[in-house]
Design a protein around this ligand. Structure first.
Ligand SMILES: *Cc1c(COP(=O)(O)O)cnc(C)c1O
Length: 438
């Protein structure tokens, strides 16, 4: 047996006959549960958690998983069991985290548009901090906390005006972005804190974007964060906690480098050795390369200019390529018998059934194995911002999800952790009052 030479998901094994993950045959899963089908390797997620703990050993770091990357209940419960807390951005995420038994007292609530109801829910759940993004939000938190007769623990989210050098849609730390507060705003807000009787300023936070590949942009923002903290310390504020955000990149391409966590941790250690408590908010890093989206080839279509693989997964199942032109490795898994397998020197556009031209996973991709209708494709690195962004556009079903649970002998058991939608699910919450025709 030969391990597929794809570094990020090393537990994928390809033989001439099949493709397995943690010892489970993916074609077999696809025929049993049909497609499109998300498959997650819990062994990979566990490995990523260990990797973080190893890199940050000796530092007072709390891991708050950014739920928005993937909110499956089984996954959240697995993270809870591994002592991972939550970075929340909505009341819905808070509800999920609570039900999955994540430790809310170690969790933080981020996002620019928190509502009064969400704030009340978070206060009652005794979350650790609100990462506050505007003066108006802070005043709202103060009013809600005052009504509930509790004190809200506040962390101000700093926008350091640093270019994260990532896709503009996932960049958040520039002044032109809607996120955070600049230095002057934070200093002004801090000076008025005395008037906010139900809020206590405890921390500063920063999150400059996602899929950041080098330590440089982090370092630039941390240096500015440290300056700002020192200014506040000098004014008598006790800021002994910093939230450094998420954004660690993962490899999406074969042989792409992994994020240098050790260098990052070294930078953090050098800059913040005097800080009592640090929080990191990884999302993609924990789950991105745990996930595979399996999809069946429905048709091979040749036009005069192009060859298309039309597959049964669409942008409603995995929107990243359509939304940010992102790259995913795609492996073809031959399983249809008979002739008509196409190879050839030109590549395929791999497209879904959704009625949008942007419903495409890749353009002009060449595959090492010939393919035809009935074959499978495996879209790799689909564990983050895949299912959590899935929707029912075109009245398509949201896909099913499978969890690969490893045992001591390294061969995993596959468990269905989300059913595929049914027709009935498509009209949930719609009022189905019928007028008779005619
Ligand atoms: C999205 C987000 C994260 C997670 O980003 P990743 O790139 O998935 O690690 C962390 N913190 C905040 C505030 C976010 O909005």
């Amino acid at each position: 047996m030969k391990t597929f030479p794809f570094r990020p998901l090393t537990n994928l094994v390809m033989t001439p006959a099949n493709l397995t993950c943690d010892g489970v045959d993916l074609a077999d899963l696809a025929s049993r549960h049909r497609t499109p089908l998300y498959v997650y390797s819990s062994a990979h997620i566990e490995k990523q958690i260990k990797e973080l703990r190893r890199a940050f050993k000796g530092l007072p770091v709390t891991i708050c998983y950014a739920l928005k990357a993937n909110t499956n209940f089984t996954l959240l419960n697995f993270l809870a069991k591994h002592d991972v807390a939550a970075d929340l951005v909505s009341g819905g995420e808070l509800w999920r985290a609570k039900n999955a038994q994540m430790n809310l007292k170690q969790s933080v609530f981020s996002g620019v548009g928190k509502t009064a109801d969400e704030i009340a829910l978070a206060l009652k759940s005794q979350i650790k901090f609100f990462n506050v993004e505007s003066k108006s939000e802070l005043e709202l938190i103060n009013r809600v906390a005052s009504k509930l007769k509790v004190t809200a623990q506040i962390s101000l989210r700093f926008n350091p005006d640093v270019d994260a050098k990532t896709h503009p849609y996932i960049s958040t730390g520039l002044h032109e972005n809607k996120f955070g507060l600049d230095k002057a705003e934070i200093l002004t807000i801090a000076s008025t804190f005395g008037a906010l009787k139900s809020c206590s300023l405890r921390a500063l936070s920063v999150h400059i974007g996602s899929q950041i590949q080098t330590v440089g942009p982090f370092r630039d923002s941390f240096i500015k964060l440290r300056e700002l903290r020192n200014l506040l310390l000098a004014q008598g504020f006790k800021i002994d906690s910093l939230d450094l955000g998420g954004g660690f990149s993962i490899p999406y391409r074969q042989n792409e480098k992994s994020f240098d966590l050790d260098k990052y941790a070294k930078t953090v250690k050098a800059l913040f050795s005097d800080v009592k408590e640090l929080t990191i908010e990884p999302g993609r890093f924990l789950v991105g390369n745990s996930g595979i989206l399996l999809s069946r080839v429905l048709h091979v279509k040749k036009t005069r200019k192009k060859k298309f693989l039309i597959v049964d997964a669409g942008m409603n199942d995995l929107v990243r390529p359509a939304l940010y032109q992102s790259y995913h490795e795609i492996i073809t898994i031959p399983c249809a018998s008979g002739p008509n397998h196409l190879k050839g020197s030109t590549g395929f556009d791999v497209v879904g059934p959704v009625c949008e031209s942007s419903d495409s996973f890749t353009k002009n991709r060449k595959f090492s194995k010939a393919t035809t209708a009935g074959d499978l494709i495996a879209i790799l690195s689909a564990g983050a911002y895949g299912m959590s962004m899935a929707n029912q556009y075109n009245s398509r079903f949201k896909p099913a999800e499978i969890w690969l649970e490893s045992n001591a002998r390294g061969k995993a058991k596959a468990r269905l952790i989300r059913h595929r939608d049914s027709y009935r699910d498509l009209v949930t919450n719609e009022v189905l009052k019928k007028e008779s025709r005619k």
